[in-house]
Design a protein around this ligand. Structure first.
Ligand SMILES: Cc1cc2nc3c(=O)[nH]c(=O)nc-3n(C[C@H](O)[C@H](O)[C@H](O)COP(=O)(O)OP(=O)(O)OC[C@H]3O[C@@H](n4cnc5c(N)ncnc54)[C@H](O)[C@@H]3O)c2cc1C
Length: 300
């Protein structure tokens, strides 16, 4: 029996999903919505017009599952991969194991709570639906052995939810996910205007500004700037956490940082347990002082 993998063009996580699929044994078939390439034995290119619509993508996957009868469907552990496979699971009335790190027969290990917990579970008989935890597998390399095109039959309801607009991030050209330095602010920043001192330091360090969920909920920064379990996962050389308490859901987004500098007025703040460097004090005094020192050092 084959394994079917959902492929997104130019997506490193999809190539990691192919590696998980290969580990399950048997030929690996891919499905992409529109043109793509990936190291699978046969790539089925679904002809679906228009922008991303999770229902339409799921309908295409389900129709191919009915035709190929694979032993498993694997998707990348991206927002889209998880969303499409959740739709597939609902349509097929099957369980979905998201963020899988290992598969042994019917047993699966998967990440929960933003990666802070590993769960061992047993999947039932029949078709298995899995998404590959990001960066738990090497990316597979190579090209598709063969490509076939197919046109899934779509109902009007399949495209009722679709992307109508994409809004770029507001990080001054440096992507939060790829920035080498992230200066991130929490409730302690106090207001949208209070982020000026973070912007200044991030500018001097060639970094991006991030924030906690409290900040996006208050409307001080856009959601695209949020770091955490329900935001962006960052892995910079340096993460500067300013006025952030260190909730598990926030740490889930910045634990990949090589070094963490925490600035917080409360010496008991949880963030200090995760910090390589700690400054206890008011961020509105400390950040301008750091920026001033950087300017002085560069002028010398
Ligand atoms: C399902 C779920 C998903 C979530 N996802 C996310 C997520 O993706 N990202 C996220 O961030 N949160 C997330 N949260 C929310 C999370 O639980 C916390 O509520 C949030 O991270 C707290 O934000 P904060 O640290 O900015 O605020 P607080 O916890 O209120 O901390 C503010 C900190 O600022 C310090 N402070 C105050 N004034 C100053 C000052 N002048 N100088 C220095 N320090 C000061 C205080 O000592 C305090 O430690 C999620 C929660 C749930 C339930």
């Amino acid at each position: 029996m084959s394994v079917l993998v959902l492929i997104e063009p130019d997506d490193e996580l999809a190539l990691q999903a192919v590696t998980l699929a290969r580990s399950l044994g048997g030929p690996v078939q891919g499905i992409s919505i529109g043109p793509a390439d990936a190291p699978v034995d046969v790539l089925h290119v679904a002809q679906v017009d228009g922008s991303y619509a999770p229902g339409a993508w799921a309908a295409a996957v389900v129709q191919l599952v009915e035709r190929l009868a694979p032993s498993a469907v694997v998707a990348p552990g991206s927002d889209r991969g998880n969303e499409v496979l959740a739709h597939v699971a609902a349509r097929l009335d099957l369980p979905l194991a998201a963020n899988v790190t290992e598969m042994r027969g019917d047993e699966v290990t998967r990440q929960r709570w933003g990666g802070s917990l590993l769960e061992e579970a047993r999947l039932g008989e029949g078709l298995k639906l899995l998404t590959a935890a990001p960066h738990a597998f090497e990316a597979a390399a190579g090209r598709a052995g063969a490509t076939e095109s197919f046109a899934p039959a779509l109902a009007e309801a399949d495209t009722a939810v679709r992307v109508v607009e994409s809004v770029g991030a507001s990080t001054g050209g440096i992507s939060l996910a790829e920035a080498k330095v992230v200066v991130s602010g929490g409730r302690g920043v106090g207001s949208a205007e209070g982020f000026a001192v973070l912007e200044e330091l991030a500018g001097l360090l060639g970094g991006a500004v991030g924030c906690s969920r409290v900040v996006t909920s208050a409307g001080w920064r856009p959601h695209a700037d949020q770091v955490g379990q329900t935001g962006t996962k960052v892995s910079p050389e340096l993460y500067v956490a300013c006025g952030i308490s260190g909730a598990t859901q926030h740490i889930a987004g910045c634990k990949g940082a090589k070094k963490l500098l925490a600035i917080n007025g409360d010496p008991e703040a949880t963030i200090f347990a995760h910090a390589d460097y700690a400054v206890i004090g008011d961020l509105h005094e400390i950040l301008p002082a750091i920026s001033a020192e950087l300017r002085k050092a560069r002028a010398a």
